[in-house]
Design a protein. Structure first.
Lengths: 502, 642
């Protein structure tokens, strides 16, 4: 049941790339869109089959591949994976939908996009550490091309930086995985058997740190983040949607699955440090975003801040904070995709992303009123205004983390205040202000550009008003993850902090 | 029947808001902007009728509670509780009523504007948000609603978004309110683990027996007070209200009369929790006192008509803060009520003057009394309703507060309330004198009463303000001190009355009579009529510039965030990324050195790659090969057998 999520896009990618017929850009796009749509429908169907009460892995698929290496084709799904896969399928569809009609080398472009989607879906589903690693690395190559061929100025620099950073993240992750085998004297890399391995605490701590740094690069956490603004800025909007919306989640997913999941004892020791790190990331990202002049760069830094909340919730590891974190990954993906899509439209019509140049887009006659309205919506969703999806997920993280890390949680609340500051700057500069009617001859926003924006905006609003549709899927998984972490230490920390917090 | 469907009251205006979305610019071009105004007017009328009927049904009934489950996740249960009682329904009646008048007023005031869809949908949003706020019985949902109203304020202040003052006003309003909201959020987060509930009614029960460490509850209390501080435009977060005046005037009526009071409403509901900590209630009183005196003094020195009223709103909210901090929630609610009506009326009348004199500069106005008697009378009624002048509402509300303060021997607060009342009286009469007395100026020479759609809601508002004491009597808000007023109550009433008279008399002497007498002076000289020494001038300057709050902001909070963001940006570009690039360069150079070891023949590369790919392929496919080969071999062997 899960394999189609991987193989449909990859087969589709190969078909689009190697079918000998002549294909126009439009045809390639519709083909890719059809495939992505099918995958999306398949994901929706998975939701209907998902057993909410079951906290263990579901819909297992197993095919022996290289048993002597411990590498098998082993897929399964729990609440966390389900959310991530859903995000991936949706944003792939959105990214392809939002790709312009006139993309150059269309067959190559769309097949690479589908490759990325398939590989990422595989990574989210993999129940084998080596399989995860392979798919994690597999996603890297098409993305490198996507950035370096279709990117903006400085794309080579950005693509190389992205490649180097992600490759080093991969190396660290591989070292971590191999270390588990080394210390545990077992070369079975399936997730279940690795769970059984009992490691000395010292070894756990070392491996956990390596993995957190490895995945932290992908998230990204400060100070391993400088690839991210460069890459987001250089990438074309659809690629940026995939990068920020989906790929960044591989990092947090990895920390959840292979950090917290595999090393529960060490996790409770590392957690306070990680929470501090997350808070630093939140504040650093939000403050730096205020000084940016390029919208995409601003959104990139905001993304650093928002991914910090995910890690805060993860380090607090209460049931509530984990559900919040997992939902925050989804809500961040949706909002970021919407923002990047809108920025793409603005750049396409107005020809610039510079906050100093843009002005008065809300003008109902000459400007881009609909895009401006949605830009306000997405900015406010990102700033955590209630009624939109960003608020409730952040709130769950905060409420869940407060009992464990009160001071750090309050610092992160300050972070949402800073988020409001830069989004107000963004909206004031782009949407408000006087439009110069002499120069404002902007193209019409086509239906193809509107549909993805409407879909994402609708999700942002609906899930914000009815958050149970978002949070219930990961509840059982979060509960079982919390249960795996030794209770004594959790209680100890929870009691120790309120004494010292004031 | 109306009881169980009370939750529909916020839904009517919300429906109007949603339907307004269809009036995008494209549709407005076809239908004009008017239908959307009438649509929202209709939903407001429906909400008003529903509130009135429900209030009738609930008159003298015990409160009822409804609960709607919203979100249940992990160990957190969020359900939306509604409190249906005469008080909440009365509040929603007031909100819908004022909204109706404001929306009619907007029909006239913004007659020629193209953006009705935005304006009316935002007015509807405020109406929905405020009715939901008064009905809901949960701190969490109150926070949500306040936050949504913050966004609403941003959008409605930014209504004329192509003017730069509007844009910065919207920005400041949003950010100041957001600061308060987030501190409130901190309080919300911190309160739950202690109390285990966010429902106001349960919080009150909890607070009776709560055993909390004093420091913890002090911090929480201060956080809970801080949210309303920004909502109610209290010092030091008061500047936004003044800047928000750049928005359309109808929205200002609503904001200054009702929206600022939402913070006070939440604070009233939270009073039991705040009373747990003397620090928190002390802070409420301190902030309230500073705002009351400071705000009224600043108001008395402004030459911008709208500004006077905006600082008066801050000052009056300060009085309400004093009441809440001292624990007199009933007086606080009476003050909210009288303030809402009187302020709405004052701003309506000022708006009616601004609309066709095209200026809000008090020094350019004058001599309007003969031209604009209806507006002038409305202003007088509004001023009288706000002040402690019997028999109008403000008098009863203020003397109620004063009674409580007297009984608890809060002499300082008592003095501040009386002094504030006097200064408010001075400020209002000064404003009246500058606008209505004296000679006509070039700006006022041709001013007639404006469009009937502006005058009608204004006179209706005046009628409501005049009848407010009757309504308060019915509500039982006057009974405490009316019939058997004991000794101090009567003398207090006299003190209060005399303080109003004093303020009025001084302002009359300086601003109404000189204007009648000195026919030959120029406008500027007239405006500066009570000229004093350099000290007085300096004080005036400080007050006129709002204690230099804007400059203080710019030098502290804004400068801090600005510098810090520039610094981290620099750090990011040159230090962190610089290090990365350095590492990159080093490896690049080593790569350059290494490349001389290669001979560059592509065949050799191809061969190497092919060889290793084959090797890996063989290795990876080994298990299948092993499965497959033996079967093939045996099959072949079998076929070879005879």
């Amino acid at each position: 049941m899960l394999s189609p999520l991987i193989w449909l896009p990859i087969t589709g990618a190969l078909l689009i790339a190697f079918l000998p017929t002549q294909m126009t850009a439009k045809q390639a796009r519709s083909g890719a869109l059809a495939i992505a749509g099918t995958v999306l429908l398949w994901t929706v169907w998975l939701f209907t089959q998902f057993d909410l009460g079951n906290a263990t892995f579901q819909m297992q698929e197993f095919l022996p591949w290289l048993p002597m290496l411990g590498l098998n084709y082993d897929l399964a799904l729990d609440g966390l994976s389900l959310m991530m896969v859903a995000l991936n399928s949706l944003l792939t569809w959105v990214a392809i939908y939002s790709s312009p009609d006139k993309t150059e080398r269309p067959r190559f472009f769309y097949s690479l996009m589908l490759m990325v989607s398939g590989a990422v879906a595989g990574a989210f589903l993999a129940q084998n550490l080596l399989l995860f690693f392979l798919l994690f690395e597999l996603e890297l190559i098409p993305l490198y091309f996507l950035i370096s061929v279709w990117g903006g100025p400085k794309r080579d620099y950005a693509a190389t930086k992205f490649l180097l950073y992600t490759a080093s993240a991969g190396v660290l992750i591989l070292i971590g995985f191999l270390g588990i085998a080394w210390f545990g004297h077992s070369f079975d890399f399936s997730y279940e058997s690795v769970l059984q391995v009992q490691l000395p605490l010292q070894a756990q701590l070392i491996l956990l740190t390596i993995l957190i740094v490895g995945f932290g690069i992908k998230v990204p956490l400060v100070p391993f983040h400088t690839w991210q603004p460069d890459t987001y800025v250089a990438a074309s909007p659809p690629v940026a949607i995939m990068l920020g919306g989906v790929l960044a989640k591989l990092g947090t997913y990895g920390i959840f699955r292979f950090g917290m999941g595999l090393f529960p004892e060490a996790w409770s020791i590392v957690a306070p440090g990680l929470a501090t790190w997350a808070t630093v990331s939140v504040l650093y990202g939000s403050i730096t975003a205020i000084a940016q002049k390029d919208i995409k760069r601003m959104v990139a830094y905001s993304s650093i801040g928002h991914m910090g909340y995910v890690l805060l919730g993860a380090s607090a590891f209460t049931k509530l904070s984990l559900v919040g974190s997992i939902s925050q990954m989804v809500s961040h993906g949706l909002i970021l995709a919407l923002l990047f899509h809108l920025v793409g439209i603005v750049e396409d019509k107005v020809g610039t992303r510079q906050l100093d140049v843009l002005n008065g887009l809300m003008n109902p006659l000459r400007g881009l009123p609909m895009v401006s309205a949605l830009l306000i919506l997405s900015g406010m969703a990102s700033a955590g205004i209630p009624g939109l999806v960003g608020f409730i997920t952040e709130f769950l993280v905060f409420q869940g983390s407060y009992s464990v890390f009160p001071v750090l949680t309050l610092c992160c609340v300050v972070g949402t205040g800073l988020t409001a500051v830069y989004f107000v700057i963004l909206i004031n500069r782009t949407c408000f202000g006087r439009l110069d009617s002499q120069t404002a001859y902007y193209g019409k926003v086509s239906a193809d550009e509107r549909v993805p924006a409407f879909v994402l905006a609708a999700l942002v609003v609906v899930l914000g008003l009815q958050p149970s549709w978002l949070v219930h899927w990961s509840e059982a998984t979060s509960a079982s993850m919390v249960a795996a972490i030794p209770a004594a230490e959790t209680v100890q920390i929870a009691e120790a902090i309120p004494e010292s917090k004031l | 029947m109306f009881a169980q469907t009370v939750w529909l009251i916020p839904c009517y205006p919300l429906l109007g808001v949603l339907l307004s979305f269809f009036w995008s610019p494209a549709l407005v071009r076809r239908t004009g902007p008017r239908p959307v105004g009438y649509l929202n007017l209709f939903t407001t009328v429906v909400a008003l009728l529903h509130s009135a009927l429900a209030l009738k049904a609930f008159w003298h009934q015990p409160p009822q509670f409804l609960e709607f489950s919203w979100l249940q996740v992990a160990d957190l249960q969020l359900s939306l509780p509604l409190e249906i009682s005469a008080v909440t329904l009365g509040a929603s009646l007031v909100i819908t009523l004022l909204n109706l008048l404001v929306q009619i007023y907007a029909l006239g005031y913004l007659e020629a504007d193209w953006g009705w869809a935005r304006l009316y949908s935002l007015l509807g949003l405020f109406e929905a948000g405020m009715t939901a706020l008064v009905l809901c019985d949960s701190l969490f949902f109150s926070y949500i609603l306040l936050e949504i109203l913050t966004l609403g304020t941003y959008l409605i202040v930014g209504y004329w978004f192509n003017q730069s003052l509007v844009v910065s006003g919207a920005r400041d309003a949003f950010l100041t309110k957001r600061v308060g909201d987030l501190i409130l959020l901190m309080g919300v987060l911190a309160l739950y683990p202690l109390a285990g509930t966010w429902n106001f009614s349960e919080l009150a029960v909890w607070a009776e027996t709560a055993q909390v460490r004093p420091l913890t509850i002090a911090l929480i209390g201060i956080a809970l007070v801080s949210g309303p501080v920004s909502k109610c435009a209290q010092f030091p977060l008061h500047l936004w209200l003044d800047e928000a005046m750049e928005g359309p005037l109808p929205s200002t009526i609503l904001r200054n009369s009702l929206v600022v009071a939402t913070g006070a409403w939440v604070l009233v509901k939270l009073e039991p929790v705040i009373a747990l900590s003397p620090w928190a209630s002390g802070m409420a009183i301190a902030v309230g006192s500073i705002s009351a005196l400071g705000g009224s003094l600043i108001a008395a020195a402004q030459i911008d008509a709208k500004r006077v009223l905006s600082y008066l709103a801050s000052a009056y909210m300060g009085l309400i803060f004093i009441a809440i901090g001292s624990g007199y929630t009933d007086s606080a609610l009476s003050l909210v009520l009288t303030h809402a009506f009187a302020t709405a009326l004052l701003i309506m009348s000022v708006g009616s003057i601004i609309l066709n004199t095209v200026t809000q500069d008090l020094t350019q106005l004058g001599g309007l009394w003969s031209r604009r008697p209806v507006t002038g009378l409305s202003f007088v009624f509004g001023a009288a309703g706000l002040l402690a002048l019997p028999p109008l509402g403000g008098f009863w509300a203020l003397s109620d507060l004063l009674n409580h303060l007297w009984q608890d021997q809060q002499w300082l607060s008592l003095g501040i309330v009386v002094a504030t009342n006097a200064v408010i009286g001075f400020a209002l009469v000064r404003m009246f004198g500058l606008m209505f007395a004296g000679d006509r100026t070039p700006m006022t020479a041709r001013a007639a009463e404006p469009f009937w759609l502006v005058v009608l809601p204004m006179t209706m508002m005046a009628g409501l303000t005049l009848h407010l004491p009757l309504a308060m009597n019915r509500l039982g808000l006057l009974t405490e001190q009316l019939p058997q007023g004991s000794q101090f109550s009567a003398s207090l009433a006299w003190i209060l009355l005399w303080s109003s008279v004093l303020g009025i008399a001084i302002a009359t002497f300086f601003y109404i009579f000189p204007r009648r007498l000195s026919q030959n002076q120029t406008q500027d000289e007239q405006a500066d009529a009570p000229i004093g020494s350099a000290v007085v001038q300096g004080a005036r300057q400080v007050l006129a510039r709002d204690f230099y709050t804007e400059e203080v902001y710019a030098m502290t909070a804004i400068a801090l965030v600005d510098r810090l963001s520039r610094f981290t940006d620099w750090l990011d570009r040159y230090v962190i990324d610089g290090l990365v690039n350095l590492v990159g360069l080093t490896s690049l150079f080593s790569g350059e050195a290494l490349k001389y070891g290669n001979d560059g023949r592509s065949q050799f590369y191809a061969l190497t790659i092919t060889f290793f790919v084959a090797l890996i392929g063989l290795y990876m496919g080994w298990s299948y090969l092993m499965d497959w080969l033996p079967t093939q071999l045996t099959a072949n062997a079998l076929s070879l057998l005879p």
